[in-house]
Design a protein around this ligand. Structure first.
Ligand code: CFM
Length: 556
């Protein structure tokens, strides 16, 4: 295809004549020496060796107290991220009302209730036990039981999940025994997650706990095989701004049968039979790789990494799926879909690219998008000069090749690793070893993810768990054309006169996945980086000379 998604990554980055090591030093100068030493391991000047090896970056460690970071909590990762997007499980937050309320409908994970026969959609309700002093002192199990019964009587759901917040862990409520008791009483699936906010160092711990729970209590509970050819699951796609709808449209056009998505636009029945599919596709490696690994061990279902952010990446991922099924009909159909979809993308890109070419982006978000969205910027001819994750692990930066060398520390040891064995009856490798080997040598890449850093230009700065201080410094030094992060960062960054694109919520826009999503993103970025509004911004002292002040970025 015509779009040169790779060309930005070839040249070593020049930081406006500054040596990137120098830039790193400047980021650290104001820290006390102990903090500077720690942060130095989390700020890395990228280098890519010919075999794809990159320097080591420290990640998934505690944030230094006092630094303003971007992270969320374990409960947010479990309830909000992984389980939240499933429309027909009632998710009860066991805790004070704020945890439930502020994690309710704030993530823009969309769903289509009409695609379930019963039309259930509980996402529009906020369920919480609303713990009070009395429960904190005398225990909250009684109130939790009441809440479960009440939810069941009012809504008649197929399943209820319970999420523990910080105080639940502190007072020692046994949510799992309550769930077992309620499961027996009500005759529906009731299960709990010990995802107290303080566990682990970020929401990443919550992802793992959610993966364990959904695998133990739901996956494999229904052996019904879906009708249709080429059965796949999509893992780590949460339908933010309608992304999953666009991906589903493309799958359908290609003739692929989507058994389950974990967990955008999903239902519990789909999870229950997801083990009957023939291939797992991982979109967001960070949040869901555990489910893919466990399904492979227990049911023999292999996984490959895909990326539907970026038109070229979407085409590449579709070709990988077709390569896996190794069926001429599918291969042709996929090629036909790509040929049908690309012209509109190319037209949009050709129109916009002259206005975005050469502009510079910084991306600091989550555990996968800081990587995926570099594709879309590259298609626009823009360079990512610095990027980092909030809570990803070394494998998301450096690739899974580093997995054996990752140190297990006290914080990661807190999160249970399930022991999984092949299912005596249902374990079924989908490819014989010879075919699997052949597909691997042809470049299919089973269970492989090479991470963000090998895809970034040498000399770019990779910053893990960036602080607000470092954000301000980076902006002051380089004045990027766009900064990508979330709502917490948005207005602080925009006060520098730099537009901020929210890559979590999409600023009420999207979808950005797939072919149509790419077009939406090009238009949005064009609008943002070429807007004149920033030039009209005047600080009070610029209009009233009696005031003496300077922009923070001019004093750095
Ligand atoms: Fe995966 Fe996500 Fe992300 Fe994530 Fe998230 Fe999100 Fe994200 Mo916000 S699951 S790691 S915990 S792609 S909510 S849909 S945007 S930080 S980069």
């Amino acid at each position: 295809m015509a779009m040169p998604a790779e060309d930005n990554r070839k040249n070593t980055l020049q930081f406006d004549g500054l040596d990137p090591e120098q830039v790193k030093k400047r980021l650290l100068t104001q820290y006390p020496s102990k903090v500077a030493r720690k942060r130095a391991k989390q700020i890395v000047v990228n280098r890519v060796e010919p075999d794809g090896k990159v320097p080591q970056i420290q990640s998934n460690v505690r944030t230094v107290p006092g630094l303003i970071g971007q992270r969320g909590c374990c409960y947010a990762g479990c309830k909000g991220v992984v389980l939240g997007p499933t429309r027909d499980i009632i998710n009860i937050t066991h805790g004070p009302v704020g945890c439930g309320f502020y994690s309710w409908l704030t993530r823009r994970n969309q769903t289509d209730p009409d695609s379930s026969p019963d039309g259930h959609n509980f996402m529009t309700y906020c369920f919480t036990t609303d713990m009070q002093d009395e429960e904190i002192i005398f225990g909250g199990e009684k109130k939790l039981k009441q809440a479960i019964r009440e939810a069941y009587e009012n809504f008649n759901p197929k399943a209820i999940a319970v999420f523990a917040t910080c105080p639940v862990g502190l007072i020692g409520d046994d949510i799992h025994s309550v769930c077992r008791e309620m499961k027996a009483e009500l005759g529906i699936n009731v299960f709990g997650f010990s995802c107290e906010g303080y566990k682990g160092v970020s929401q990443s711990a919550g992802h793992h706990i959610a993966n364990n729970g959904i695998f133990t209590h739901v996956v494999g509970t229904d052996d019904t095989v879906s009708k249709g050819e080429y059965k796949i699951n999509l893992l780590g796609e949460y339908n933010i701004g309608g992304d999953a709808f666009e991906i589903e449209r493309i799958f359908e056009k290609c003739g692929l049968t989507l058994v389950a998505t974990f967990s955008g636009n999903s239902s519990i029945d789909a999870f229950a039979k997801s083990h009957t599919a023939d291939l797992n596709l991982i979109m967001c490696h960070r949040s869901i790789n555990y489910v893919a690994e466990m399904m492979e061990t227990k049911f023999g279902l292999p996984w490959i990494k895909v990326n539907f952010i970026g038109a070229a990446a979407t085409a590449k991922s579709l070709r990988k799926i077709a390569q896996y099924f190794d069926d001429q009909r599918l291969i042709q159909r996929v090629e036909q879909v790509i040929a049908e979809e690309l012209p509109a993308v190319e037209t949009a890109c050709a129109d916009i690219r002259p206005r975005t070419e050469g502009k510079r982006a910084m991306l600091f978000v989550g555990g996968s998008r800081a990587h995926h969205y570099q594709e879309l910027f590259a298609e626009l001819g823009m360079q990512t000069i610095s990027a980092g994750y909030e809570f990803a692990h070394r494998d998301d930066y450096e690739g899974r090749r580093v997995l054996p060398g990752i140190k297990v520390d006290a914080d990661s040891r807190n999160i249970e690793e399930l022991e999984v064995h092949p299912d005596p009856e249902r374990y079924r490798p989908r490819k014989d070893p010879k075919t699997a080997e052949k597909l691997s040598t042809e470049g299919l890449g089973f269970a492989e993810y090479s991470g963000m850093m090998p895809d970034m230009a040498p000399g770019t700065l990779v910053i893990d768990d960036i602080s607000q201080h470092e954000t301000d410094k980076m902006i002051a030094m380089f004045k990027p054309d766009i900064f990508c992060a979330g709502i917490k960062e948005k207005y602080a960054v925009q006060k520098h006169g730099i537009p901020l694109k929210q890559l979590h919520s999409y600023d009420y826009g999207g979808p950005y996945a797939g072919f149509r999503g790419a077009i939406n993103f090009y238009k949005e970025i064009d609008r943002m980086v070429n807007s004149r509004v920033w030039r009209y911004l005047k600080a009070p002292w610029q209009q009233h000379p009696e005031l003496a002040a300077k922009y923070g970025c001019d004093t750095q």
